[in-house]
Design a protein around this ligand. Structure first.
Ligand code: P6P
Length: 315
């Protein structure tokens, strides 16, 4: 079974199929990046104020082209575009909200990068549809491009998470279903260079993990600096990824609609959890499509322990 067939029962076959085709093209481009002039900056700045990498632009263009050919897709919202791209698809049911290539600054050093997608059912115009809370998502997925390229999919109507591996014919083939993450894991994953500017409760939390005060085992540290890769390890091995508020990013660095929400749905479908510190990510109501959020996501034991500490500290 491939990703398109897996999603067909939820009426998402064509949408997921288009994302799979786009991801297969992106995977090829990344794999051959060193042989073509596709590394480096594209010379433009995106809505986030970040220098767009050439591969960011390529990935965004491919995602828009593939989804724009699907009658069921009404519009897309992309990290790379200020405004939604609306298609002329009368009666279309879904909007795809995505980061076409997350972590692209890692490509030049051959580190995993990813595509992250949230899918919402149309409710009003494209922006209103995208601003629905994460609990309304009909599906969420990410693709991690690496030694093996894997698409991980959560459907709102199914428990567990499905893994699809890209084969040598460009097809994402089902390789695991009903995946659940370990209840507690061996790793915490965060950029500790920011620790001095976190609210103190986050430093206390990491210290309890390092000392083994949560569940009796001292944690190891793993940080790749590419959200999809750090999350993928967390869903497979267990543990927690955290990007707390910092002085530079008091509302957090990661984006709510097309990074935190899809990963939060996948985490919860795998019996994990995701909060912004105080609140379940999926219940946060966004005010604008590119808004940022703190993100603590992973095994339930670690995420709930952090949430209790933050609520107790009143942060
Ligand atoms: P920092 C990559 O730029 C990204 O958006 C995520 O993929 C990653 O988790 C995060 O930023 C890394 O941020 O501040 O640790 O470099």
């Amino acid at each position: 079974m491939n990703a398109k067939e897996f999603a067909a029962a939820a009426g998402l076959g064509e949408v997921i199929g288009a994302i799979a085709e786009a991801s297969a093209e992106i995977a090829t481009k990344i794999r051959l990046a060193g042989l073509s002039d596709i590394y480096g900056a594209a010379g433009a700045v995106n809505v986030q104020g970040e220098a767009q990498q050439k591969l960011d632009v390529f990935a965004n263009d491919v995602m828009i082209a593939k989804l724009g050919a699907v009658a069921e897709c009404a519009a897309i919202v992309s990290e790379e575009d200020d405004e939604p791209v609306v298609f002329d698809h009368p009666g279309a049911k879904f909007v795809a909200i995505f980061d076409p290539l997350d972590g692209s600054s890692n490509i030049d050093v051959n580190v995993n990068v990813g595509t992250i997608v949230s899918i919402q059912a149309v409710k009003g115009d494209a922006t209103a549809t995208a601003l629905q809370p994460g609990t309304a998502q009909v599906a969420a997925l990410y693709v991690v491009y690496g030694p093996s390229t894997v698409m991980v999919v959560a459907l709102a109507e199914k428990e567990g998470v499905a893994f699809f591996t890209l084969d040598d014919k460009g097809e994402f083939v089902l390789t695991a279903e009903g995946v659940k993450m370990p209840e507690q894991g061996p790793y915490y994953s965060t950029n500790e260079a920011n620790a001095a500017s976190w609210p103190a409760v986050y430093r206390e939390y990491v210290a309890t993990l390092v000392k083994g005060e949560l569940g009796g085992k001292a944690y190891g540290a793993r940080y790749i600096g590419s959200l999809v890769a750090d999350f993928h390890r967390t869903i497979l091995k267990g543990g927690v990824f955290l990007y707390p508020p910092t002085e530079k990013a008091p509302k957090g660095k990661l984006r709510l609609l097309y990074e935190a929400n899809p990963l939060a749905l996948i985490a919860e479908k795998a019996d994990g959890a995701a909060v912004n510190g105080r609140t379940r990510i999926l219940e946060v109501v966004a005010e604008q499509v590119h808004e940022r959020t703190p993100l603590i996501v992973g095994s339930k034991r670690e995420v709930e322990a952090l949430q209790q500490m933050v609520l107790k500290a009143g942060k």
